[in-house]
Write a protein that binds this ligand. Structure first.
Ligand SMILES: Cc1cc2nc3c(=O)[nH]c(=O)nc-3n(C[C@H](O)[C@H](O)[C@H](O)COP(=O)(O)OP(=O)(O)OC[C@H]3O[C@@H](n4cnc5c(N)ncnc54)[C@H](O)[C@@H]3O)c2cc1C
Length: 365
C-alpha cells in the first residue's frame, strides 16, 4: 500500500491544470515551494519508483487520456526581485512559480527593458526557460544570466549559466539532453534601464505606424503586443476552446534546403504559393530562413480540418483547438494527419512543440 502525506494527493485530474483542458489524472500530485518540499517529493517518487513530471502552467503540454502514472510536482512559489547593478543594468530574479506575464508586467512597470515583446505568453517563469520562449523578435536567451536548478535524483541545487543551458530556437538542455533531470527553481534575467523598441516584426511596426507613434515607450509596446496577440491568437478561454498556442515548431532552413522546398512547391502548387514563399524569403533576416509552419499547413488546405473534437484553427493553423470535447487521442491523430499531409505534399517534417505527457513512446494513446 502507498502511504501518501497530506501534501501528496493521489488520483488528481490534470485537465484543469492545462490550457488544453484535456487529459486524465496524475497517480500522485503535489504542490511545492521550498527546496525542502521539493526534496521530500522527489524522495517519495524515488521510494515508490515513480517517474516525475514538473507541471508549470500546463500551456505547453498534451496530457494523455490515461493521465500520468507517476508523481506530478507543481511549483507554486512566485516572486520578482530586482537588483541594481549600477550601470543602468538590473538583474531580475524570478521564482519558477511566478506567472511569466506578471513578471513582464512588473518589469515594464519598473521601466526595465528586455522582455516587453514577450508579453501575454501564458505559463510560469520556470518553464519560460525550458523552450526559451520567443515572440515578436525577442527571446529569453537575449537576457538570460543564470538559473538555480535542483537535480531531481540528488536534491542538489546548482547554478547554470547560458553555456550550460544551451538555449536555442525553442530548445534548451531542459527539453533535450537533460529532459527530466532538473527542476528550475528560479532564473535571473539582465534587464536595462535604457533600451530601444524592438519593432522588427511587421505587425508591431504597422500597429505604431497607424497610431503615428515613432518611438513607443515600454507600456505602449506591452499594450501593442497584447492587442496584436489577442487579435491573432486564440488565447485559451473556456468559451473559445482550449489550446497550447503553436502545436508545431516553425522551420529554419539553410539556403540549399530552401531551394529544395521552392522546387517542390513549384511542382505541386499554384504560382501564387511561390509568390508567398518569396515574400517569406525576403522577410528572413538571418542566414537560416524561417518558414512559418502555418504557411505550409495553410497551403495543404488543412485550415478548419477536424478529427473528433479537435480542429486546426481556421484562422491560425499553427494552433490545434479543443472544440469542447476533444480527447488527447483526437488531438494527436489530428497532429499526425497534419504532419503526414505536409510531408507528403511539401517534403517538410513538422516537429511538435508541446511535450506529450503520459503517452508511451511506441503506442501514443
Ligand atoms: C495562447 C498561447 C500562446 C503561446 N505563445 C507562445 C509564444 O509566443 N512563444 C512561446 O515560446 N511559447 C508560447 N506558448 C507556449 C507556452 O506558453 C510556453 O512554452 C510556456 O513557457 C509554457 O509554460 P508552462 O508553465 O505552461 O509550462 P508547462 O506546459 O506546464 O510545461 C512545459 C514544459 O516545461 C517543463 N517545466 C515547467 N516548469 C518547469 C520547472 N520549473 N522546471 C523544469 N521544467 C519545467 C514541463 O515539465 C514541460 O516539459 C503559448 C501557449 C499558449 C496557450
Amino acid at each position: 500500500m502507498v502511504v501518501t502525506t497530506d501534501s501528496i494527493q493521489s488520483n488528481v485530474p490534470l485537465k484543469p491544470y492545462t490550457t488544453f483542458k484535456i487529459g486524465g489524472p496524475a497517480r500522485f500530485f503535489t504542490e511545492a515551494s521550498t527546496p525542502e518540499q521539493f526534496r521530500r517529493a522527489f524522495a517519495f517518487a524515488r521510494e515508490q519508483r515513480l517517474p516525475i513530471f514538473i507541471l508549470g502552467g500546463g500551456s505547453n503540454i498534451l496530457v494523455s487520456d490515461d493521465g500520468f502514472d507517476g508523481l506530478v510536482v507543481h511549483p507554486v512559489r512566485s516572486g520578482f526581485e530586482v537588483e541594481d547593478r549600477g550601470d543602468s543594468t538590473f538583474s531580475a530574479c524570478i521564482q519558477a512559480g511566478e506567472m511569466w506575464d506578471q513578471a513582464v508586467e512588473k518589469s515594464v512597470e519598473r521601466e526595465l527593458w528586455g522582455i516587453e515583446n514577450l508579453s501575454h505568453i501564458p505559463g510560469q517563469a520556470g518553464a519560460a526557460l525550458v523552450q526559451n520562449i520567443g515572440a515578436y523578435g525577442q527571446q529569453v536567451s537575449d537576457v538570460f544570466e543564470s538559473a538555480d536548478v535542483m537535480e531531481l535524483n540528488t536534491g542538489v541545487v546548482r547554478t547554470l549559466g547560458p553555456s550550460d543551458c544551451r538555449l536555442g530556437y525553442r530548445t534548451s538542455i531542459f527539453n533535450s539532453d537533460a529532459r527530466g533531470k532538473y527542476l528550475i527553481l528560479s532564473l535571473r534575467l539582465r534587464l536595462s534601464a535604457y533600451g530601444q523598441p524592438n519593432l522588427t516584426y511587421p505587425d508591431v511596426r504597422e500597429y505604431f505606424r497607424r497610431l503615428g507613434v515613432g518611438t513607443p515607450g515600454l507600456a505602449e509596446i506591452r499594450r501593442a503586443i497584447i492587442t496584436i496577440r489577442d487579435r491573432k491568437f486564440p488565447f485559451p478561454r473556456e468559451e473559445r476552446g482550449g489550446n497550447v498556442g503553436s502545436f508545431f515548431k516553425n522551420l529554419q532552413l539553410r539556403p540549399m534546403e530552401f531551394e529544395a522546398l521552392r522546387a517542390r512547391l513549384a511542382r505541386e502548387f499554384a504560382p501564387s504559393v511561390l509568390e508567398r514563399l518569396q515574400e517569406i524569403r525576403q522577410r528572413s533576416l538571418s542566414d537560416l530562413i524561417k518558414i512559418p509552419s502555418a504557411f505550409l499547413i495553410d497551403i495543404c488546405g488543412l485550415k478548419g480540418f477536424r478529427i473528433g473534437g479537435a480542429e486546426v484553427h481556421p484562422g491560425q493553423p499553427l494552433v490545434l483547438m479543443n472544440c469542447g470535447h476533444a480527447t488527447a487521442r483526437d488531438v494527436l491523430a489530428l497532429a499526425r494527419h497534419v504532419q503526414q499531409t505536409v510531408y507528403s505534399r511539401t517534403g517538410m517534417t513538422l516537429a511538435l512543440e508541446p511535450q506529450l505527457v503520459g503517452f508511451s513512446e511506441e503506442n501514443p494513446n
